[in-house]
Design a protein around this ligand. Structure first.
Ligand code: HEM
Length: 351
């Protein structure tokens, strides 16, 4: 289990179970800023090697993750990034605010805020922005949570086999949508001459990264905000939710780590790291770090940062405004605990 925390690390660059954990702000930023020395190729590689039986199931589903966005260090990255970025311009994101607020209003009153508020709202907003209609959101969430665990979990072969059908089914659905040009995103990809396999790989990542992470950010932020009564009362005031969200991203971001591969031998904080080494960059910061790297840095900087920030601030503000007396209840929650993703699985409340 990848439970290492900053407190357990004794060196800014430390070898843990075959991976090099890089934890200082300056090193992490320098690595992300240099895509020639530090390749993104391993960004989506399964953390637990895929066992033969699960691999056969993936091959049967024609599953592949060719280099497209996060895992693409080649020249094709810039064009694909421009295409996807056109769906998330600041104007398009800002225009989603009333819809986010309305969805949050409809979801008030639940007893577990992860299920009631954080679960499907980001997926619905993402489908709207990408122009994908008639998507069964519960199925999408099942596929995407299974995929997160399959690729980022420390899991057994048995668990891989339990998850692999959802991974394959998700990918096949994406191929079908592409072939039918069903939705604005798929039309844009096909018009730009992006192949079925590249489109499915790109969308597989985008439809997971574009909503699971925000579900996680909302879960952590709601829990933390409810631990501080004084903050909860101030959240409806202008700007308070925005700066609180930034603080959560700085100290308790859902995407706790991100990976890179060394193209050659390097020295980081005085530690020699060989060529071909897997680096695990800690993105959650220390209290006194000036900025945060929660959305990465440089060429692969998160395309959904503006959307994630807006969704989190609007949802927090809406709940705090309408439910001033909400409080945490129940036992300590279980946590989602994957190499790159961390969040409470429930936020139980009472009124
Ligand atoms: C709290 C929410 C989110 C967090 C913490 C987060 C974090 C990240 C991180 C750490 C990266 C890698 C950056 C790098 O390599 O430098 C990334 C990349 C990416 N994110 Fe996000 N993300 C979030 C939400 C979103 C949303 C809502 C979308 C979609 C709208 C999105 C789309 C992407 C894409 C497409 C990339 C790859 C960009 C590229 O390779 O050019 N993310 N994100």
């Amino acid at each position: 289990m990848f439970t290492f925390t900053r407190a357990e690390l004794t060196s800014p660059v430390q070898l843990c179970d075959g991976r090099w954990v890089v934890s200082s702000y300056a090193d992490v930023r320098a690595v992300l800023a240099d895509p020639v020395t530090y390749l993104p190729d391993n960004a989506l590689t399964a953390v637990t090697p895929v066992a033969p039986a699960a691999l056969r199931a993936l091959v049967r589903a024609r599953f592949s993750l060719p280099p497209t966005l996060a895992n693409n260090g080649s020249d094709s990255h810039a064009g694909l990034r421009r295409l996807v970025a056109s769906f998330f311009t600041p104007a398009r994101v800002a225009a989603a605010e009333p819809r986010i607020r309305a969805l949050a209003m409809e979801r008030l009153g639940g007893s577990d805020l992860v299920r009631s508020l954080a679960w499907d709202l980001p997926a619905i907003v993402l489908m709207d922005l990408l122009g994908l209609e008639d998507v069964d959101i519960p199925t999408l969430k099942r596929w995407s949570t299974a995929s997160l665990e399959f690729f980022w979990g420390d899991i057994t072969r048995e668990r891989q086999m339990e998850l692999v059908d959802d991974v394959g089914a998700f990918h096949q659905w994406l191929i079908k949508r592409y072939e039918a040009r069903d939705g604005a995103l798929f039309c844009a990809l096909a018009d730009a001459g992006v192949s079925a396999a590249d489109s499915a790989g790109l969308c597989y990542f985008l439809l997971i990264a574009g909503q699971e992470t925000t579900t996680q950010l909302l879960s952590t932020a709601l829990r933390r905000a409810l631990q501080d009564r004084e903050l909860w009362e101030r959240l409806p005031l202008p700007g308070v939710a925005e700066s609180f969200v930034e603080d959560v991203l700085r100290t308790e971001t859902p995407v706790v780590t991100w990976r890179r591969l060394t193209a050659r031998e390097v020295v980081l904080s005085g530690v020699r790291v060989p060529a071909g080494a897997e680096l695990v960059l800690l993105l959650s910061g220390k209290e006194n770090d000036p900025k945060h790297l929660a959305f990465g840095y440089g060429r692969h900087f998160c395309l959904g940062a503006g959307l994630a920030r807006l969704e989190a601030a609007v949802v927090l503000r809406t709940v705090a405004e309408h439910e001033p007396s909400l409080r945490l209840a129940g036992d300590e929650p279980e946590w989602l605990q994957l190499l790159s993703f961390r969040a409470p699985r429930s936020v139980t409340v009472a009124r």
